[in-house]
Structures are given as structure tokens and as C-alpha cells.
Design a protein around this ligand. Structure first.
Ligand code: SF4
Length: 591
């Protein structure tokens, strides 16, 4: 019998149809689904005992109390601690997703530690008498900050630098004492202070938001005062000039309101002295803006370098600059730093968990632990009138290649810092002031009733110390600067308004949601009024260059009728702050 090609096709077709009536193909579909769910690249959920660990979120100075739901040792969900007397169980979206950060694709795990040490030692050996070695600490007030200051005291011309600030550090805000808050663009309801404390105090004050764009805080304010971009100091001057003995009957309704419903707190997104000085008129000084003591430190630490502002350092004088951005804080534009470096081969080392910040400019980027891997203390937030001491405990182990910036700098200076947190804890305990709040049992205990070892253990198990109120409130002094208004420049016609004044490390999942939904302005986007966009020839989703005196950056355009004409809105981040931080006028050029 001969078989033809037709027979072969008939057999194959019959076999295929017949196979459908057997379990084989259906079994294959099920098995393929199962195999693809469990192939080696798919993450497997941790298995183990479910328990709670307590800590404090270190992503910003709010330091919100955290309850981590863990499977075995792996945190799988973060939530607030409802009973906490200051943070009241609130966590912002960054804090809720903070446990994703160790797995961020931009995460650094290894760095040139030996090479950086050798370059620093060599530069220190050749440092001239008029040159400096400096540490820029983006989050001053920590125990690590004291380590830097102690280390810098060992070097001639050792200089400790911190970002400029007026409110924060030794000057704090007691929101509970305010009847009215006039905010010049400060994101009061969206990242300015401690979310739980701001929400708890919100019922007690009337919020007036003076801002160019209707921000989230403006939406939640009692009154949004739309003002032209760059006119904040002019408005502050108008209020100051109308503030007379007759202010309660002033023809200016804003002045009448501030005077009649005081004490009034005045806040500014950029902490400009000429705006904050209004607090001296409105009765805020000493009542709402108060002097805050620092948590005690060992006496032996007090021989330390003083805090210096970058502006006070002579240009071209820093030979070695070590930048600690492991703990997020206000970003100082690179242009302001660069002019302070010596012209010939300065050594710049950034301690960071990703390359996105100063790592773009430094010769060496040394990887650090990221929240929630790092053990660090968190200085009190701007809205905490009392000193606090709380630790961000390590909820997951850090990779082997990371460095501890404070111990690295201490090692270079030949001082010991390995037990600095414990030494600080003992000093606070020795002072015997204040109260310890433990999270697991929601109990407040006077510190004098707790032993030193118990105090240290409680801090490591998630717990916070709050100072006792001072017997006498000292009135902090704020310098009144000269009022100045930003003048528009014809070739850069757009005023830059920052949509997110604070940049906090963001979970890769949240950043994906941002990028795709644009619920919050992503760092690579710029928002324009549709009429301005038409004028500059750009459209929704189109590519353009955002150009300032400092350079240009490629951005994606978002059209937003809520952005006033003549304004371009961008999110604050290292790249946009480098570009727009010191030159808030820009133009948009189609790519
Ligand atoms: S990022 Fe700041 S505000 Fe948000 S949860 Fe953490 S500490 Fe609180």
C-alpha cells in the first residue's frame, strides 16, 4: 500500500481533532499556567510566622511611628501606630510603601570604597592651609551629624555644612497654638510637617493658602488666595505695611482677618526671611514659633565643628567634600556647591543609595543602606515643639557592600563612632527628662522610672522619647531680610513653580503609578497652561526642553488648565532643582 501526501495530511488533521477529545491538551494548558507561575524569575511570597515589628519611618523628619507586619523576618506591609501621641497612626504614601525601597532597580549595592579612601587620604595630605575638608549633611541634628562635627574638629579647616533653614533645628512650630495659618505655598497638608500632627491640629486653625497654582494644600485650605508667581514677597510687604495699630479695621480684608483671628502663623515654601519675619507682627513668636532644646549628647562630643552655611564658605576653597544623602533632606543645587570646590581636582564623595542625586556629580559614589535597612535616629520634625529621640530600626538586612557614612568619616578622622547611638541614649537617660512611649503596649512612662538598658532596648524595639516642656519659652529671633520680587526675564518668560517641594525616595511601584497616571507630577514632566503650550508649539505628552540660565532638561509636557499662564510647574527632584533651584525663570522649547 502506498501513502500519499494527502493521506499524511488526513492523518495529522484527524490526530489533531482526536487529541482534543483526550485530556492531554487540557492538561498541558493547566500545567503551562502552573509552570509559568512558579518559574525561577517569579518572586515567591515569604512563608513563616506572622508578627509585628515596630520602628519609625526615616524617609523624612516626621519620623512617623511604624508597625510592620512581617512574615518571618520579611516586612510585607507597613502601617501607622494609632496610639502614638504625636503621629496618630498616619503614614503618607511614601511611608506606606517604604519597605519596597531595598528592591528599587536604581539601588546601589557596591562601590569603590578603597579607591575613595585612598583619594581622600591623598587629598587630605596635600590640603593647603587655605583649603577645607567639608561634610555636607542633608539631615542635620542626627547622632551621625554629631559624628561628622566631631570628626571635622580633628582636621584643620574641617567644615560642617547643612542646608539653609530658618524653621527646624532649634526653632520649631507649635501648630496647636495657631488660630490662623497664612501659607505662602508651603505644602501644609501635603508633606510640610508630621501628617498625623497636622491633621490633628487642622480643626483648630483657619488655613489661608497664598499660591500661584491650586495645589493639594490649596484645595484643602479654608481659602485659596491665587497670586502671580514670584509675588510672594510683595504680598508679605503689603501685609507688613498695612499692619498698624488700626489693623483690625484695615481696608485690606486679609490684614483684617489675620489681625482679628490671631495668633497667626506665617509659613513659606522656601523659608524666605522677609516672609517669615511677618511672624514678628502677627504674635506667633514665642507662642507658635518656639525655641526647641536638642536631645542631650555626651559632654565629650561638645568639642565639635560648628554648623556653617554654604554661602559663608569662600569660593574655590573646598578640597575634599563628603556628601551624606543617605538620609533624605533638602537638596542644595549643585551649582551652589560646585563654585565652592577648588578648581584643580577636588575630591567629591557622595554617600547614597542611588546615583540620582549628587552621585551624578561626584567622583565616587559609596552605597549606603536605605530605609528600612539602616539604623539611624531621626531628628524632630519642624512641627514638633519638643525634642524627640527615636530610631529607625533595621527591618531587613542591608547588602554586604554598603558603608555606614558616619563610621566611614569617623574612621578617616581616627575617632570612634560605632556606639554613638547608645552613648546618646545614655546621655538622654542621664538627663532624666521627658517620657518614653513604647509602641507595642502603647504606654507612656516617665524616663526617670526606666533603667538605661531598658531605655535602649525600648528605642530599638520601636519607641520614642519626647522631651519635657521647658520651664520658660525663649523667643527665637528671625532675621528680617530685604523684600525683593522676582523679575521676569524676557528670554525666559515662564516662572517655575515646584509642585513637590520635598523629594522623598519613592517606591518603584509608586513611581510607576506616578509615571503612568500622572496623579502627581512625575520628575520628568512639566505642566503648562494649554494656551502657553500652543504658543510654544508643544502638546500633551510631547517632548520639550525646559531651559534656564543653568542649562536644560528634556521633559514630557502635561497640559493643565489649572496652571496659570506664564507658569511652568515641575516636581522637585535633584535634576529639576539643579536646573531651576537658583534660577526660577525658564522657557520651554519643543524638541
Ligand atoms: S515619609 Fe515622612 S511623612 Fe511619610 S510616613 Fe515617612 S516619616 Fe511619615
Amino acid at each position: 500500500m502506498t501513502s500519499t501526501r494527502r493521506d499524511l495530511f488526513k492523518f495529522a488533521g484527524g490526530a489533531a481533532v482526536g487529541a482534543l477529545f483526550t485530556p492531554a491538551p487540557w492538561r498541558l494548558v493547566t500545567d503551562t499556567a502552573l509552570w509559568s507561575e512558579t518559574w525561577p524569575g517569579v518572586p515567591r511570597p515569604a512563608r513563616g510566622e506572622i508578627r509585628a515589628k515596630y520602628s519609625n519611618c526615616a524617609l523624612c523628619e516626621a519620623g512617623c511611628a511604624v508597625r510592620a507586619r512581617c512574615v518571618g523576618d520579611q516586612p510585607v506591609a507597613l502601617m501607622g501606630v494609632m496610639e502614638h501621641p504625636f503621629t496618630h497612626g498616619a503614614l503618607c504614601p511614601f511611608g506606606l510603601a517604604g519597605h519596597h525601597l531595598p528592591y528599587h532597580p536604581a539601588r546601589l549595592r557596591r562601590g569603590p570604597v578603597q579607591e575613595a579612601s585612598a583619594a581622600i587620604s591623598d587629598a587630605l595630605a596635600h590640603c593647603r592651609a587655605d583649603e577645607r575638608v567639608a561634610v555636607l549633611d542633608l539631615r542635620p541634628g542626627r547622632t551621625a551629624s554629631w559624628t561628622y562635627r566631631r570628626a571635622l574638629a580633628q582636621w584643620k579647616n574641617g567644615t560642617y555644612l547643612a542646608p539653609p533653614r530658618i524653621l527646624g533645628g532649634p526653632v520649631a512650630v507649635n501648630l496647636a497654638a495657631a488660630k490662623t495659618v497664612l501659607s505662602f505655598g508651603a505644602p501644609v497638608m501635603d508633606g510640610w510637617g508630621t501628617p498625623g500632627n497636622v491633621i490633628a491640629a487642622r480643626g483648630g486653625f483657619r488655613l489661608i493658602q497664598a499660591e500661584t497654582v491650586e495645589s493639594r494644600t490649596a484645595v484643602m485650605a479654608d481659602q485659596w488666595l491665587p497670586i502671580p508667581a514670584g509675588s510672594e514677597t510683595a504680598l508679605a510687604r503689603r501685609i507688613a505695611e498695612a499692619w498698624s495699630d488700626d489693623k483690625k479695621r484695615s481696608s485690606d480684608p486679609l490684614v483684617r482677618e489675620l489681625a482679628s483671628n490671631g495668633p497667626t502663623l506665617v509659613l513659606d515654601a522656601e523659608d524666605r526671611p522677609e516672609i517669615l519675619a511677618l511672624n514678628q507682627l502677627t504674635g506667633a513668636m514665642g507662642k507658635i514659633i518656639v525655641t526647641r532644646r536638642e536631645a542631650p549628647v555626651p559632654d565629650a562630643w561638645k568639642k565639635a565643628a560648628a554648623e556653617t552655611q554654604l554661602d559663608a564658605v569662600p569660593d574655590r576653597s573646598i578640597r575634599v567634600l563628603l556628601i551624606d544623602e543617605s538620609a533624605p533632606g533638602p537638596y542644595v543645587p549643585w551649582s551652589a556647591i560646585e563654585r565652592k570646590l577648588v578648581a584643580d581636582n577636588p575630591v567629591v564623595v557622595a554617600f547614597a543609595w542611588s546615583r540620582e542625586g549628587y552621585g551624578r556629580h561626584a567622583q565616587f559614589v559609596l552605597p549606603t543602606a536605605v530605609y528600612p535597612e539602616a539604623v539611624d535616629d531621626i531628628p524632630p520634625a519642624v512641627d514638633s515643639p519638643l525634642a524627640q529621640f527615636r530610631l529607625s530600626a533595621a527591618l531587613v538586612a542591608a547588602p554586604a557592600g554598603v558603608v555606614n557614612p558616619a563610621e566611614f568619616v569617623a574612621g578617616l578622622a581616627g575617632i570612634s563612632a560605632a556606639n554613638a547611638l547608645r552613648e546618646r541614649s545614655d546621655s538622654i537617660h542621664k538627663a532624666g527628662r521627658g517620657t518614653l512611649f513604647t509602641y507595642a503596649d502603647a504606654k507612656s512612662t516617665p524616663l526617670k522610672d526606666v533603667k538605661a538598658d531598658e531605655f535602649w532596648k525600648a528605642l530599638n524595639d520601636g519607641g520614642s522619647w519626647t522631651d519635657a516642656p521647658p520651664e520658660r519659652n525663649e523667643i527665637p529671633k528671625l532675621a528680617l531680610g530685604a523684600p525683593a520680587t522676582a523679575a521676569g526675564e524676557n528670554d525666559l518668560p515662564l516662572a517655575v513653580v515646584m509642585a513637590e517641594p520635598y523629594s522623598v525616595p519613592c517606591s518603584p511601584i509608586l513611581s510607576k503609578v506616578y509615571q503612568e497616571s500622572n496623579l502627581r507630577l512625575a520628575p520628568n514632566r512639566a505642566a503648562l497652561h494649554p494656551s502657553d503650550a500652543r504658543e510654544y508649539g508643544v502638546e500633551e505628552g510631547g517632548k520639550a526642553f525646559l531651559q534656564t540660565r543653568s542649562g536644560k532638561l528634556e521633559v514630557e509636557i502635561t497640559l493643565d488648565a489649572g496652571v496659570p499662564r506664564g507658569v511652568v510647574q515641575v516636581a522637585a527632584g535633584p535634576r529639576t532643582l539643579d536646573l531651576c533651584g537658583s534660577t526660577p525663570q525658564a522657557k520651554v522649547v519643543r524638541v
